[in-house]
Design a protein around this ligand. Structure first.
Ligand SMILES: CC(C)(COP(=O)(O)OP(=O)(O)OC[C@H]1O[C@@H](n2cnc3c(N)ncnc32)[C@H](O)[C@@H]1OP(=O)(O)O)[C@@H](O)C(=O)NCCC(=O)NCCS
Length: 142
């Protein structure tokens, strides 16, 4: 399978979640910073976990995060928000997969989901020694 077949513009915000739901969680008081707002690092972590679940499922190999690019924190996240992480393939290379990751929240005061953060995460398939290993095209049919 060609990586080009999966390529699309990953920078533009979307009106509805792009891709599949890979993780859903609740923003808790323990996830706040010193000001009482949800810590950006916590959200980044959830997105990395969601992207990693998607990457592993797609390539059917163990993967590690090699790069996080183009992160945009568009809206704040509040305690009590339900955070949903959506993922979509941007590109598949020889040993890497690049994933568009979006975090959307549902909060009781709003009727619609809100896009809060999006970014581009790249994961590398690794072997048992932790070295990059080729992605098998047949593994991309998840
Ligand atoms: C990921 C890792 C195994 C890659 O090893 P490496 O020797 O640098 O691998 P290579 O140079 O052969 O690159 C492997 C793939 O990663 C891609 N890659 C490497 N650096 C990249 C970067 N900064 N951005 C995007 N892709 C990158 C390469 O393009 C290549 O993709 P391709 O095979 O699809 O063309 C190694 O860097 C590593 O172990 N990093 C730590 C990962 C980790 O612990 N992540 C969790 C952080 S706590």
């Amino acid at each position: 399978m060609s990586g080009e077949a999966h390529r699309h513009d990953s920078s533009e915000p979307t009106a509805a979640p792009r891709g599949e739901l890979s993780l859903r969680t609740l923003a808790m008081p323990a996830d706040t910073n010193q000001s009482g707002d949800i810590f950006g690092g916590w959200l980044l972590s959830q997105m990395d976990i969601g992207g990693g679940i998607f990457a592993g499922k797609t390539v059917r190999l163990r993967t590690v995060t090699v790069a996080i690019e183009a992160m945009t924190f568009r809206k704040p996240v509040f305690v009590g928000d339900v955070v949903s992480v959506y993922t979509d393939t941007v590109r598949v290379g020889r040993t890497s997969i690049t994933v568009r990751v979006e975090a959307w929240v549902t909060r009781s005061s709003e009727s619609q989901m809100i896009l809060v953060t999006d970014g581009t995460f790249t994961y590398v398939a690794i072997d048992e020694r932790g070295a990059p290993t080729p992605i098998i095209p047949d593994g991309l049919t998840a």
